[in-house]
Structure formats: C-alpha cells, structure tokens
Design a binder for this molecule. Structure first.
Ligand SMILES: Cc1cc2nc3c(=O)[nH]c(=O)nc-3n(C[C@H](O)[C@H](O)[C@H](O)COP(=O)(O)O)c2cc1C
Length: 220
C-alpha cells in the first residue's frame, strides 16, 4: 500500500503486450490496474493498439521520423513514474511485436524507459505461465535503464485461473496482490526519495563516452 502521506500520487502506466481482443494478458493487465488503483496509485490503463508501429527500419526513421505509436508510448512513459506490462510468451521469448515497439521507442532522446520502474506479468495457458518470455523481456528493458522489479508474476493455465476477470484461487490472488503492492512501495520510495535512485549503477560495461551512451546522464 502506498503511503498516502508521502508526496504526490504514483502514476502507473498499465498495458498488455497483446493485440488480441480476448487476450489473457489484457485480462491480467486489467486486474493489475484495479489492484494498483486500490493501493493508491493513479493508473493509466491503455492498450497495445495505441502503440501500433511498422517494422523498425532505420531508413523510415531517417526519412519519415518516428511513428505515432512510438510517440504515444514515449509520452505515456514520460507522464508516468512506473509501468506494469503483462506480456504473452511466444516461442520461449517475448512477442516480436513488443520488441519492435521497444526498439522504436528506444530511439527517442531522452530515452523514455530510462529510470522508470517496471513490473512484468505474464499469462499463458501453459503450465509455466509465460515466465520464460519475461526473462527475455527483462533484458532489453534493463538495457535501456528501466528498473525492472525482481519479482515477476506469471499466471499458469490462465484460461482456467481467470474467472470473470479475477484470479479464482484465493492464495494465488493474494500473491498477485502482494507482488503489486511491493512493486508500488519501491516505485513510490524512488519517486519521493530520489537520493536512492542516484545510488544505482547506470550501465555496466559501457565506455563512458557520448557516442556509446544510450541514456542521458543522471543529474547531479
Ligand atoms: C506464435 C505463438 C507462439 C507461442 N509460444 C508460446 C510459448 O512459447 N509459451 C507459452 O506459454 N505459450 C505460447 N503461445 C501461446 C500463448 O501463450 C497463448 O496464445 C496466449 O493466449 C497468448 O496471449 P494472449 O492471450 O494475451 O494473446 C504461443 C502463441 C503463439 C501465437
């Protein structure tokens, strides 16, 4: 639960990385949005459809500029303190559509994922719940400077586990809610106590020169 006495309300962007109307991940994202709101966050619940982009092409970027869908995600990220994404697993990894969106969005300066707190969720009919996809997704997001929360939540057999938009099993539902509460507490602490943020290491292994840097310098 976010401390109501601490600074301004935490703004959290929530969406599912699936375009499907009947998406299990959309349902899990909707549930996450509700839990985050119940825990004191201001939630911007949106859809991947708002972030539609063509296949990344450096020539298109050069001649036509950034697509509207990437601009939309950039704006939503800049307006938020944190994000929660529920992503399907495709062939043991993240969906190509989502990686493509991340690639486009990473081209903005300042780089909009940098410093944002992120929580990763997945839902799948499988017994593993799409968890391998989240490990793959963590990599580009952390590479871009996002603070991806260590605990991730993967809903196995999601077609059965979700009943009328809720996680039917009480113990599992409690675990989901606890995961979101713990994430919000950390994001809220980082928002209101920025000295913690400055203590983090930015980029491991990158030479500190402006050509190689993909993120803006952290203000002193
Ligand atoms: C191309 C493709 C690859 C998939 N690969 C996996 C996979 O590796 N692991 C898994 O758990 N489910 C996999 N699935 C099944 C998805 O988890 C399932 O379709 C799920 O409902 C997709 O998420 P959504 O309901 O949010 O759209 C795959 C589905 C597709 C279309």
């Amino acid at each position: 639960m976010i401390d109501p006495a601490s600074g301004t309300k935490l703004k959290v962007l929530v969406f599912a990385a699936s375009l499907r109307a009947d998406s299990l991940n959309r349902k899990l994202a909707a549930l996450a949005a509700r839990v985050a709101e119940q825990n004191g966050a201001t939630v911007e619940h949106t859809s991947m459809r708002d972030f539609d982009v063509p296949s990344f092409d450096g020539d298109v970027e050069h001649t036509k500029g950034m697509p509207a869908g990437a601009r939309e995600l950039q704006q939503r990220l800049l307006e938020s303190d944190a994000f929660i994404v529920s992503s399907p697993e495709y062939n043991g990894s993240m969906p190509g559509t989502f990686k493509n969106l991340i690639d486009w969005t990473s081209r903005f300066r300042p780089q909009p994922f940098d410093g944002k707190h992120g929580l990763l969720l997945s839902a799948s009919p499988s017994m593993v719940g799409g968890n391998r996809g989240l490990w793959a997704l963590r990599m580009p997001l952390e590479h871009l400077g996002a603070r991806i929360y260590p605990d991730m939540f993967s809903l196995a057999q999601a077609h059965r586990a979700l009943v009328d938009g809720e996680i039917a099993d009480a113990a599992l539902r409690a675990r989901f809610e606890k995961n979101i509460q713990a994430f919000l507490s950390l994001a809220e602490a980082a928002k209101n106590y920025p000295c913690i943020k400055r203590a983090w290491v930015e980029f491991l292994g990158e030479p500190p020169d402006s050509e190689a840097d993909r993120v803006d310098p952290v203000p002193a």
